[in-house]
Design a protein around this ligand. Structure first.
Ligand code: VGL
Ligand code: ZN
Length: 198
């Protein structure tokens, strides 16, 4: 783990993955400790917004018959159904008015873990001149992992905010393995706090 090596700059964006009600405690697919990330993520949002750098928030946004649902033979309980209360952003998450919302997992037949899968995100980033993403949210071992690996594959740089992600660890060690895979693929894993505004 490195800290303090990176500093946000022009050409960076904050990418918040799936901070939705269904992934919070009490939700349909809770990620333990996900709600505790909210104050930290809010500080990152305020920092990026104060510099007018883009803030992007993904939503897991599944059709009712999504293939990842156990009732359809998949691995997960029904969660984040399009327009349902559970698919809404987590309570207390403070997103800026000009947040860029990316809906993912909208195709019934594919997992849609990655923020880049059929979402047009790569195009949006290119048009905005974004070359590096600061990534936070849930779940470290699923959607964060898939999004980070795709970002790197698209030639973007990635800073993974280790204090602002949480995973599910379906199998013990999954989160650690996910972090290792991201690091090996070229992501900077940092335990940074939000820099003082300047
Ligand atoms: C996710 C499982 C199913 C995630 C989404 O956001 O990591 N995990 N759908
Ligand atoms: Zn999902």
């Amino acid at each position: 783990m490195r800290s303090g090596c990176e500093h946000p700059r022009q050409g960076d964006a904050l990418l918040i993955i799936d901070m939705q009600r269904d992934f919070m405690p009490g939700g349909a697919l809770p990620v333990p400790g996900a709600d505790a990330l909210i104050p930290t993520i809010n500080r990152w949002v305020a920092f990026f917004s104060s510099h007018r750098w883009p803030v992007i928030a993904t939503r897991d946004w599944h059709p009712r018959d999504h293939g990842s649902f156990a009732v359809q033979g998949g691995d997960w309980p029904v969660h984040c159904v399009q327009h349902s209360a559970g698919a809404g952003f987590a309570e207390g998450l403070k997103l800026p008015e000009d947040v860029i919302i990316i809906d993912k997992g909208v195709r019934a037949e594919s997992s849609g873990y990655s923020a880049f899968e059929h979402t047009g995100l790569e195009d949006r980033l290119r048009k905005l001149g974004i070359r590096r993403l600061w990534v936070c949210g849930v779940a470290t071992d699923y959607c964060v992992l898939a999004s980070v690996l795709d970002a790197l594959e698209h030639g973007l740089k990635v800073v993974l905010l280790s204090k602002a992600v949480k995973g599910v660890d379906v199998h013990a060690g999954d989160v650690d393995r996910a972090l290792e895979r991201m690091r090996e693929a070229g992501a900077s894993i940092v335990d940074d706090e939000v820099p003082d505004a300047q």
